[in-house]
Design a protein around this ligand. Structure first.
Ligand code: PNS
Length: 162
């Protein structure tokens, strides 16, 4: 049986911290679906289609395995996507206790809804301070985001400042 995991998130934009988690997940599962989901609690910078495109290009650019696919989901619950593709596991990167507090209720609800388990993964501490919201803020104010994001994202945001 193929072991399939979903790495969900806003990815607005994808950061080096996200890429680290995606790569680690690919080392553990036969298939990894990176899933861009709209988070109504956040003000978006990029349209979903652009986030998907940047993820695909960033993953190809650093040579991550082709067992990784990128998709988006707007048809309902995150666990509905998991059931549709046969994934039994969600993977979330955890940078701090704040992330644990934010993710724990969602993990429990997702397990209650559909039996989908969540695995909390510890990324490289070098990326512990990196977040998409910080990148959005630095980019909006004209700062250098290249230490925090894949090359393709830095180039895209520099060409099309927002
Ligand atoms: O990167 P983010 O913004 O922290 O990702 C949060 C996200 C998109 C994964 C979360 O908002 C989510 O799971 N949304 C899907 C809606 C859903 O299924 N909600 C019910 C169970 S928590």
């Amino acid at each position: 049986m193929r072991r399939i995991a979903v790495v969900p998130g806003s990815f607005d934009p994808v950061t080096l911290g996200h890429l680290d988690v995606i790569e680690r997940a690919a080392g553990l599962f036969d298939e990894v679906h990176v899933l861009v989901v709209h988070n109504p609690g956040k003000t978006a910078l990029l349209p979903i289609s652009q986030r998907v495109s940047l993820l695909q290009r960033a993953i190809a650019d650093v040579g991550l395995p082709d067992t990784i696919t990128v998709a988006s989901w707007s048809m309902g619950l995150l666990v509905d996507y998991c059931l549709e593709v046969g994934a039994s596991v969600l993977i979330k990167g955890i940078r701090s206790q704040v992330d644990v507090a934010y993710e724990t209720p969602m993990a429990i609800v997702n397990r209650n809804l559909a039996g989908v388990e969540t695995i909390f993964m510890l990324p490289d501490p070098a990326n512990a301070h990196v977040s998409s919201s910080l990148v959005r803020q630095v980019a909006a104010l004209g700062g250098d985001i290249s230490p925090y994001v894949p090359r393709v994202v830095a180039e895209y945001l520099q060409k099309a400042p927002v």
